[in-house]
Ligand binder design. Structure first.
Ligand code: FRU
Length: 475
């Protein structure tokens, strides 16, 4: 067993022998919880999706990665590309923490197509000898030969009035060719906020200040903000840390949610009608959007949470990314549907009780109980009782557990009030469930760690409730 001392966590990949790294990958491959069609690390820990973009006819997707163990340590970006968001080519390390600016981690950031280069904006996490953190915001350029060039940081250290927690730039291009960035930050009074920056050339950046959301004390830090226009609305997604539990809401250790409204960039003000969670399950954090090949807005998140122990850490790896979702606003409401290309995963024949897509049609709005991944000892239960959907993974097998206690948080049952449920679509993989309710009206995501024999699927409902299943093959 490795003891995760600071030195062990900050060991670069270049200091590990190839044999050690290959042994870690081989150990991860023996894990009974390896996913079949989700992006997962070959070894070590995956967290936020980064640099999600469409460039030169392909999607590019990176993720935060500590290669040498299932813990948060020296972060790299690992790089994948895909033409369909179903099958990916793995390009290995995308950004290595090999400069003074990112000496303690190439932290989260984003990317956009910029002619024959991919323009990346990310946070270099640097620590001094006394462990004081200095965040650097920098751009980098990836060329078509996979060569990366880092620029001098455009924002060195935290601006006045903010702590060392300034990170996760999300870059976009305006119609007039100029650029914008939204950046997560913590004020000196330890409340969270997001900063807005603009640039004409993506070299000189002007900090306009905070985006005023009229939420003066809404969590202690906002991580991984994103902004995009969508169907005549503006959306701001972010992960405000430190929100209290509130009934069925905000029950996870950390939240990921959005505002829908209007971003007045001149006044630096975002008007909206309140924060909503993006997902009503257990494991959903740091979502990042990208424009798709046809101008649609896509969203991918980390299926995990900070400060949480993941059962697969036993096998030397932790976490995966969610499936890609397509976002729309319909009747003023955000909808999240699974990417249509995911039908390419469907096989014919019968499924193995683990890897499948399930569609439940409920034309009469009947109650039902859907029991998944069940054996004599384990089960995961999704209940609709006419008033709410309840997802219970308390008996699903090994469980992710928060490393911290927070009042009202945690537990393994989530409830979403809903009085009309006509359709449900779910994706089951070896160690996850992603549930889409009413054609993308709401979603519930759960990491699960059942034993391999937990393969029963059972529906208790009136005859009018029908399910169709498709086996899904390895991507
Ligand atoms: C969110 C986060 C980001 C940071 C990254 C480091 O999960 O804490 O704020 O950039 O992870 O891995």
């Amino acid at each position: 067993m490795t003891t995760w001392t600071r030195d062990a966590r900050y060991t670069p990949l270049t200091a590990a022998t190839l044999a050690r790294y290959e042994a870690l990958c081989a150990e991860a491959e023996t894990s009974p919880w390896r996913q079949h069609y989700h992006i997962q690390p070959p070894a070590g820990l995956l967290n936020d999706p980064n640099g999600f973009s469409y460039w030169q006819g392909a999607y590019h997707l990176f993720y935060q990665w500590f290669p040498l163990g299932p813990v948060h340590g020296l972060k790299y970006w690992r790089h994948l590309s895909s033409t369909n968001l179903v099958h990916y080519t793995d390009h290995g390390t995308g950004i290595a923490p090999d400069s003074d600016w990112d000496s303690h981690g190439a932290y989260s950031g984003s990317a956009i197509a910029d002619g024959d280069e991919l323009l990346i904006a990310y946070t270099g996490n640097h620590r001094e000898a006394d462990w004081t953190r200095i965040p650097y915001q920098l751009t980098a350029h990836l060329d078509t030969h996979n060569h990366l060039r880092k620029d001098e940081p455009f924002l060195k250290g935290a601006p006045g009035g903010y702590t060392e927690h300034v990170r996760d730039p999300k870059i976009w291009r305006e119609a007039d060719g100029s650029y914008g960035i939204i950046l997560g930050a913590q004020r000196a009074d330890l409340s969270g906020t997001a900063l807005y920056l603009t640039s004409k050339d993506a070299r000189d950046w002007q900090l306009h200040g905070e985006i005023d959301t009229a939420q003066p004390a809404f969590g202690y830090m906002w991580e991984c903000p994103d902004y995009f226009p969508l169907d005549d609305h503006d959306i701001l997604t972010y992960c405000p840390q430190g929100l209290p539990a509130d009934g069925d809401n905000c029950r996870n250790l950390y939240q990921s949610g959005y505002l829908i409204g209007h971003f007045d960039k001149t006044a630096c003000r975002f008007t909206h009608d309140g924060f909503r969670e993006l997902d009503h399950g257990f494991d959903y954090y740091a979502p990042q959007s990208s424009l798709g090949a046809n101008g649609e807005r896509l969203l991918i998140a980390w299926m995990g949470l900070p400060d949480t122990i993941c059962p697969s850490a036993r096998d030397g790896w932790a976490h995966c990314l969610t499936l890609p979702r397509v976002l729309t606003v319909e009747n003023g409401q955000l909808r999240q549907r699974p990417h249509p290309n995911l039908t390419q995963l469907r096989d014919s024949g019968t499924h193995d009780g683990v890897h499948y897509e399930l569609i439940l049609d409920n034309p009469d709005n009947q109650p039902f109980i859907l029991t998944l991944r069940a054996s004599a000892r384990e089960k995961t239960v999704l209940t609709y009782n006419g008033e709410a959907v309840i997802l219970d993974r308390s008996q699903s097998g090994a469980l992710p557990e928060p490393e911290k206690d927070a009042p009202g948080k945690g537990g393994h049952i989530r409830r979403l009030a809903l009085r009309d449920l006509r359709r449900l679509q779910l994706y089951s993989d070896t160690s996850s469930l992603e549930i889409f309710l009413n054609d993308g009206e709401a979603t519930m995501t759960a990491a699960l760690y059942p034993a391999p024999d937990a393969t029963d699927l059972h529906l208790a409902a009136a005859d009018s409730v029908q399910i169709t299943t498709y086996p899904l093959h390895k991507a």
